[in-house]
Write a protein that binds this ligand. Structure first.
Ligand code: PEP
Ligand code: MN
Length: 380
C-alpha cells in the first residue's frame, strides 16, 4: 500500500503481508453474491420509503468476542431493535450488523495516552494490532488479517443460524468499514466484496479520487458513505454519481454524522443538492460520531441528550426535504456498560464511567439503544 493511501497501517513485514494477502485470495468467500443482492433488495425497499434499516454494533469488534454466546447476544439486540421499529411503524425493518469484520479502525491521532500517562501507538483494530497497554503490542501484524477472516467466518456461522424461520428480507446481514484495503481487495469474488454483505467508507477515507472510494466503485454490494461536517453539498453530489452511476435502488446509503448542532445548519443543503443533482441514496442517521467528547482527562464519551437531538433534527430535516428518513446507524452493545452518559448538561461534576469497556468509541447500552430507537419511531 502506498503512503498516500489514508489510514493504512505501516505493516512492517511486507513479505509476510504478501503471503497473507495471497492466502486471503485463495480462501472461500465469507458471503455469497445472492446474499448481498438480497440485502440490496431490502435496502431498495427502504429507499422507496417502504421500510427502515437499523445498522448497529460495536465500534470495534474484538477477536475474543467472536464466540457463539457473544454473537447471539449481539444478534438478539439487533433483531430486538428491528422488531421495535417494525411493530411501531408497521413497516419492515432491515437488521444490519456492524459485525463479522468490524476489525479495522481509522484513527485521528497516531498515538494515544495510557492511564499511566505514557504514549503508545494508537490501537487500529484487532485486524491490525493489539489493544493492550504495552507499546510492544501495538506493532501492526499482517498475520492479524488472517485471524480477522477466521473470526468473521465464525461470527457468520452464528448469523446464518439466526436466519432459520425468518423471511429473507428480514434476516440480519453483516457490514463493516472497508478500511483495510489489504483485507478487502483479496476478498473480492467476481463483482462483489465477499468480506461482508455491505461495507461503508469512513469519514476519513471518502476522498472522491481516493482508493477507498475506488474500491467501493469496483464492487456491486450496497455501500455506505459517512457524511461528516467537512463535506460540501457538491462533494456529496459527486460521491453519489461516483458510487451510484446507474442510479440503482438500494446501492448507496449516506450515513449522516454531523453532530446535533451542525446537522441543522449543514444537512438541509446537502440533502437538497443530492436530491436535485445527485443519484439515488438512502439516508441514514449516525447520531454517535458527531457527538463525541471528553470531560476533563476522562475517556471519550457521548451525551444521550445530543444523540437524541441529532436523531430528532435528522428526521425533521428529512421530512422538510420530502425525503424518507431511512434509519439509524448506532454503536451499541447488549452489555451493561456506561460509556455514553445520560447526565443532563451542563456537567457541573464529571459523571462516573463505571463500566467502560469499549476498545474504541463509546457505545449505547441496551436501554440507551432502545431509547434512541424509540425516539426515532415516535417521529417517523
Ligand atoms: C466508525 O463508524 O466507527 C467511524 C470511525 O466512523 P466515522 O468514519 O464516521 O468517523
Ligand atoms: Mn466508532
Amino acid at each position: 500500500m502506498t503512503a498516500a493511501t489514508a489510514q493504512q497501517p505501516d505493516w512492517g513485514d511486507l513479505a509476510l503481508l504478501e503471503r497473507v494477502t495471497r492466502t486471503l485470495h485463495t480462501l472461500p468467500p465469507l458471503v455469497t453474491a445472492e446474499e448481498c443482492d438480497r440485502l440490496t433488495e431490502a435496502v431498495a425497499r427502504v429507499g422507496r420509503g417502504e421500510g427502515f434499516l437499523l445498522q448497529g454494533g460495536d465500534c470495534a469488534e474484538r477477536f475474543c468476542e467472536s464466540g457463539p454466546a457473544e454473537v447471539r447476544a449481539k444478534l438478539a439486540q439487533l433483531y430486538g431493535l428491528a422488531d421495535l421499529i417494525r411493530s411501531a411503524t408497521d413497516a419492515p425493518a432491515v437488521p444490519l450488523g456492524r459485525l463479522a469484520g468490524q476489525y479495522g479502525k481509522p484513527r485521528s491521532a497516531l498515538y494515544e495516552r495510557m492511564p499511566d500517562g505514557t504514549m503508545v501507538p494508537s490501537y487500529r483494530g484487532d485486524a491490525v494490532n493489539s489493544a493492550a497497554d504495552d507499546p510492544g503490542a501495538r506493532h501492526p501484524d499482517p498475520a492479524r488479517l488472517l485471524r480477522a477472516r477466521e473470526c468473521a467466518e465464525r461470527v457468520l456461522e452464528v448469523v446464518r443460524e439466526s436466519w432459520t424461520g425468518r423471511p429473507p428480507l428480514e434476516r440480519a446481514y453483516v457490514s463493516h468499514e472497508a478500511l483495510l484495503l489489504d483485507y478487502e481487495r483479496p476478498l473480492v469474488r467476481g463483482d462483489h466484496a465477499a468480506s461482508a454483505h455491505s461495507v461503508w467508507i469512513g469519514e476519513r477515507t471518502r476522498q472522491p479520487d481516493g482508493p477507498h472510494v475506488g474500491f467501493a466503485r469496483s464492487i456491486a454490494n450496497t455501500v455506505g458513505v459517512k457524511i461528516g461536517p467537512t463535506i460540501t453539498p457538491a462533494q456529496a453530489v459527486r460521491l453519489s454519481h461516483l458510487l451510484n452511476p446507474d442510479g440503482r435502488d438500494g446501492r448507496l446509503a449516506f450515513i449522516v454524522r454531523l453532530g446535533s448542532i451542525r446537522v441543522r445548519s449543514l444537512l438541509p443543503e446537502i440533502v437538497g443538492e443530492v436530491t436535485r443533482r445527485g443519484r439515488p441514496v438512502v439516508w441514514l442517521c449516525d447520531p454517535m460520531h458527531g457527538n463525541t467528547m471528553r470531560i476533563g482527562a476522562g475517556p471519550k464519551t457521548r451525551p444521550m441528550e445530543a444523540i437524541l437531538e441529532e436523531v430528532v433534527a435528522f428526521v425533521r430535516i428529512m421530512r422538510a426535504q420530502r425525503r424518507h428518513p431511512g434509519g439509524l446507524h448506532l454503536e451499541m452493545t447488549p452489555e451493561d456498560v456506561t460509556e455514553c452518559i445520560t447526565t443532563p448538561r451542563p456537567f457541573w461534576r464529571p459523571p462516573e464511567l463505571l463500566r467502560y469497556r469499549t476498545a474504541c468509541d463509546p457505545r449505547l447500552n441496551a436501554a440507551q439503544a432502545a431509547e434512541v430507537v424509540e425516539r426515532f419511531v415516535a417521529l417517523v
